[in-house]
Design a protein around this ligand. Structure first.
Ligand SMILES: *Cc1c(COP(=O)(O)O)cnc(C)c1O
Length: 406
């Protein structure tokens, strides 16, 4: 990045910060499909292992294609953020094979038996299961609190000194509830508690949690960052560079490393992030307004609507409210199944953040394994539909939704 001019917009950084310095003058980042790297002699091998000489060793520890993506994402997540002394915020990014792998590296590197992680309702299913079913086997506790109630968060931190981390997902699926990241970070730092943010739904274009004091940010790059649904991936970012070295050790041990080909696809996808997000968000606003006005729809959960409880917070904390929302059909499960089956253009699939509009029915798909009463506690009624608004012409999206609802 040292050779680059100051970019005035994230779009330019997304396109130009992916340049590699690997020789050969390749226009795009080359795919380094190699498991290992050669040493000229024993001394060089020794020096690389001890860290006294630069150079790659083995692709689980690092790979040139992967390094380009890590620098690119770090540039975007830190874009325009300055520290107290006026210097740009340095960030370290670690690319992983999936969002889950990035999340696991983060928690496993930062907590130990006896520690507690504080979080909120309606987390991504994989994160919830990791915190509440998996970590307890290793003596780690997870606790749910209403992170909107800052007084009670502070009281909890005062009382319970085992709380080491607060984990936030904002906006969170399917309610699209948001958490005031700056307010939570302020309280957390007074108690030396680290804050991590799952920024998957927002991407760095819509929200930069490091601006608000977050210690760690992770993304499932599978979603909007890749943007085309071509690969699973995840990234973990941190601002404490020595701590990130420790996290890197854990990541290497867990072995969830990104592969170079998926990374190439990711880098290509990221280049259009700003352009895509603008259109995703403007289409989503139209879809939300359409659904809100529709007689068959009981409720729309979208942080871009003034009726949403976090409308003002979202407007303050995010550039635009995003492109994922959920809505409830008046006639429950049967109406939801009928709606899903009648879609002609929008795609029936889980996941989100792809070019095409993806529609899913949590009660019969992602959350069908859960008991109905537990689903309802998590805000997932039988008539709830989730939609990730794509980049088709918004007129075509609206027409398809209208005929499927009719
Ligand atoms: C998809 C997703 C994840 C998990 O990421 P994978 O790439 O599927 O491992 C985590 N958090 C959120 C918010 C997600 O949408």
């Amino acid at each position: 990045m040292e050779n680059h001019p100051q970019f005035t917009a994230m779009a330019s950084a997304a396109i130009h910060a992916a340049q590699s310095d690997m020789g050969e003058n390749a226009h795009l980042v080359p795919v380094y499909a190699t498991a290992t790297f050669t040493f000229d002699n024993a001394q060089q091998g020794m020096d690389r292992f001890s860290g006294t000489a630069p150079g790659y060793i083995y692709s689980r520890f690092g790979n040139p294609t992967v390094s380009v993506a890590e620098k690119l994402i770090a540039t975007l997540e830190a874009f325009g953020i300055v520290q107290e002394d006026g210097s740009p915020l340095p960030l370290k990014a670690l690319l992983h094979s999936s969002g889950q792998a990035a999340m696991a590296s983060m928690f496993l590197a930062n907590i130990a038996a006896g520690d507690t992680v504080l979080t909120h309702y309606s987390l991504y299913g994989g994160t919830h299961e990791f915190l509440f079913d998996f970590l307890p086997k290793f003596g780690v506790k997870a606790l749910i609190a209403d992170l909107h109630d800052l007084d009670s968060v502070e009281k909890l931190l005062q009382k319970d000194h085992t709380i080491r981390m607060i984990h936030i997902e904002s906006p969170a699926n399917p309610s699209m509830r948001c958490v005031d990241i700056a307010a939570v970070c302020k309280i957390a730092s007074a108690y030396s508690v680290k804050v991590s943010v799952d920024n998957t739904f927002a991407t760095p274009y819509l929200q930069q949690p490091f601006r608000y004091g977050a210690d760690f940010v992770f993304h499932s790059t599978t979603k909007f960052l890749n943007g085309h649904g071509t690969a699973i991936g995840g990234v973990l970012l941190g601002k404490d560079l020595s701590l990130m070295q420790k996290v890197n050790k854990t990541a290497k041990l867990l072995g969830g490393c990104a592969n170079p080909f998926d990374t190439f696809l990711l880098v290509q996808g990221i280049k259009t992030l700003e352009l895509r997000m603008k259109q995703h968000c403007s289409n989503a606003m139209r879809v939300a307004e359409f659904l809100y006005a529709h007689a068959g729809v009981a409720k729309v959960n979208f942080n871009g609507l003034p009726s949403h409880p976090d409308y003002e917070l979202s407007a303050r904390q995010m550039r635009y409210p995003g492109a994922v929302m959920s809505f409830e059909l008046k006639n429950g499960f049967d109406a939801a199944v009928r709606f899903i089956d009648r879609l002609q253009m929008c795609v029936r699939a889980v996941s989100l953040g792809t070019l095409d509009t993806l529609v899913s029915h949590p009660a019969s798909m992602t959350h069908s394994g859960m008991k109905k009463e537990d689903r309802e506690k998590a805000g997932i009624s039988d008539g709830l539909i989730r939609i990730s608004v794509g980049l088709e012409s918004v007129e075509d999206i609206l027409r398809d939704l209208e005929q499927a609802l009719g």
